[in-house]
Design a protein around this ligand. Structure first.
Ligand SMILES: NC(=O)c1ccc[n+]([C@@H]2O[C@H](COP(=O)([O-])OP(=O)(O)OC[C@H]3O[C@@H](n4cnc5c(N)ncnc54)[C@H](O)[C@@H]3O)[C@@H](O)[C@H]2O)c1
Length: 296
């Protein structure tokens, strides 16, 4: 057996079937590719025609018996069609990753937001998760168990100004994940979530938004010194997909955040040695070293 075959058999995922919504770009795409490399049969539901074609070609190149369906997960009939097509093609569903979500570039104070915006955010961040999950559960029950992975955000766990409603719907994903995990435990269906911090994707072009002169600051801004990559969240999803690795984990959210949530406001000062959680680098003439009693 080759090393790759050894690794994939260790995960216990070979031949299993996954559905990833929004798997044509960003975090969903990185996960689709990783799942295919783990030997899974990967179904993707993707709204964008170009991404459908591109994802189909890549998954085929990776040797996956893949199924890329052009569909809008906000549409009830499309959701029924996605699950029917998976049932016909594979006859089972082991992993569902509810990945679609977007802040839709609605950035304003809550008091200035509109009910139409709330409804758009509801449809793209929460409602389809209910709809796709409800449609998928009977097939997962027939399969004899499985893993549901909801993609949330760190903004569900801290206060974020100007994107209040997006954050509120993502916080609801936590409640949904916890309560559904209790309900589905007896069916051996685990339900967990992933909460990424800023990750380069089609929706978020994080790195290029930082002015060139500030890029060096990333090293001290995030404990792990960089923005996220799709592959970071894909790795967490692979862990949650695999019964071998996470078979006794349910109802949890994994922060994929480079340590940001744990650090809170703490960051290193430009000298790379000292730390602050305040917007000061000097206090009454004392540097942090002096405050700590150390010599300069
Ligand atoms: N990128 C980040 O910094 C970040 C941070 C926290 C959370 N997230 C969450 O991660 C998830 C993925 O984000 P991303 O940045 O990788 O997104 P992305 O925009 O790069 O990719 C999302 C994919 O979903 C597809 N899609 C959009 N609407 C759809 C619909 N109605 N039906 C089917 N497909 C649809 C898009 O065409 C795209 O291919 C989202 O839930 C997002 O909220 C992302």
């Amino acid at each position: 057996m080759s090393t790759l075959e050894n690794e994939t058999s260790l995960l216990g995922l070979a031949g299993k079937v996954a559905l990833i919504t929004g798997g044509g770009a960003g975090i969903g795409r990185a996960t689709a590719e990783l799942f295919a490399r783990a030997g899974m049969r990967v179904a993707v539901a993707e709204i964008d025609a170009e991404r459908v074609a591109d994802t189909t070609a890549t998954l085929k190149d990776l040797g996956s018996d893949a199924l890329v369906i052009q569909a809008d997960v906000r549409d009830k009939a499309d959701v029924a069609r996605i699950i029917d097509t998976i049932r016909e093609r594979y006859g089972r569903l082991d992993v569902l990753m509810n990945n679609v979500g977007d802040f839709l570039r609605y950035k304003s104070y809550f008091v200035d937001s509109t009910e139409d915006q709330w409804e758009d955010l509801h449809q793209i961040n929460l409602m389809h998760i209910f709809r796709v999950t409800k449609a998928a559960i009977p097939l997962m029950q027939e399969t004899g168990g499985g893993s549901i992975i909801n993609v949330s955000t760190v903004e569900a766990f801290r206060g974020i100004p100007m994107t209040v409603v997006y954050s509120a719907y993502n916080a609801a994903i936590t409640g949904f994940t916890q309560s559904l995990s209790v309900e589905l435990g007896q069916d051996r269906i685990r339900v967990n979530a992933i909460a990424p911090e800023t990750t380069d994707s089609a929706q978020i072009t994080a790195k290029s938004r930082v002015p060139a002169e500030n890029r060096g600051d990333m090293e001290r801004w995030f404990p792990l010194g960089r923005f996220g990559l799709g592959s970071d969240s894909a790795g967490a999803a692979l862990f949650l997909a695999s019964d071998t690795l996470s078979g006794w984990v349910t109802g949890q959210t994994i922060m994929v955040d480079g340590g940001v949530m744990t650090a809170g406001a703490w960051m290193r000062l430009p000298d790379g040695r000292e730390w602050t959680h305040l917007p000061i680098i000097e206090c009454d003439g004392y540097t942090p070293s002096k405050l700590r009693g150390a010599k300069d």
